[in-house]
Design a protein around this ligand. Structure first.
Ligand code: BGC
Length: 250
């Protein structure tokens, strides 16, 4: 079986895809991006995925992994963040398998980013309990026991202190919306990570998502006991993790 797989990362504003060499975690093509169709409806998203797959000219036996901002259990999407609510309790894997005419594995976007980091990035030598958090419009999370993923943790939706859904307070989206300083944002993130420490006593936190590129600006303000490091796979993490899981699962 070819180690080349296709990773597709569906987000609220863009759908990104590339070929991935899953023996190294390197991209094996340029990264393509098509804006997410208005409303993020399943059929329209599937059509864009097909367009991207065609443009990539993937080998015919290449597996396809698709990650989404949704809880995904056994191929069924159970929630929807920044995409249509029609994804809720929807047969996403069946739709995409039919639309792409390939075997497709579907998973949560933060879980995919976590798999990329644990396989090729900042968590490749980790053991014990690792938590990855992606800081974007919302907060995504991935929990690992050694290298094993516990899927769909959704820590961004924890209620912490007076904050219902901590992502509305501590995400990069909240930082931009509230126009706060990096220090103020760091302190908000400290509340989030301190709470996770109480629950899980983790060995390592990995911080991913777009904001992790400028981690030097806010990391110094997050005082936690656990080692906290930036993600290494940066903005291709979802693509790389989705492709990796497709090879593992299909
Ligand atoms: C969603 C998660 C997703 C995260 C990052 C959250 O709002 O509930 O499923 O992983 O955003 O996209």
């Amino acid at each position: 079986m070819t180690p080349i797989a296709v990773g597709i990362d569906v987000g609220g504003t863009g759908i990104k895809a590339a070929l991935v060499d899953t023996s190294t975690g390197e991209l094996a093509s340029t990264r393509l991006r098509i804006p997410t169709p208005d409303g993020g409806e399943p059929d329209a998203v599937a059509a864009v995925c097909k367009d991207l797959l065609d443009q990539l000219r993937a080998p015919s036996d290449a597996r396809v992994g698709v990650c989404l901002p949704a809880v995904v259990a056994h191929g069924i999407t159970r929630s929807a963040a920044n995409i249509s609510n029609n994804w809720i309790d929807f047969g996403a894997e069946d739709l995409l398998t039919a639309a792409l005419n390939r075997k497709v594995h579907v998973l949560n976007d933060a879980d995919a980013a976590g798999v990329a980091e644990m396989t090729y990035g900042a968590g490749r030598n980790a053991s014990g309990v690792t938590i990855l958090a992606t800081l974007g419009t919302g907060i995504g999370s991935a929990l690992f026991i050694d290298k094993t993923l516990v899927p769909n943790t959704e820590f961004g939706h924890l209620d912490i202190g007076e904050y219902i859904d901590i992502e509305g307070y501590a995400s990069y989206g909240a930082f931009q919306r509230d126009q706060i300083s990096q220090e103020q944002w760091g302190k908000r993130l400290e509340k989030f990570f301190t709470h996770l420490e109480k629950l899980f006593s983790p060995d390592l936190f990995i911080v991913g998502g777009g904001a992790s590129k400028s981690h030097e600006e806010f990391f110094p303000f997050i005082k936690v006991k656990t080692q906290l490091v930036p993600a290494e796979t940066k903005n291709a993490a979802g693509i790389i993790g989705a492709a990796t899981m497709a090879v593992q699962y299909l």
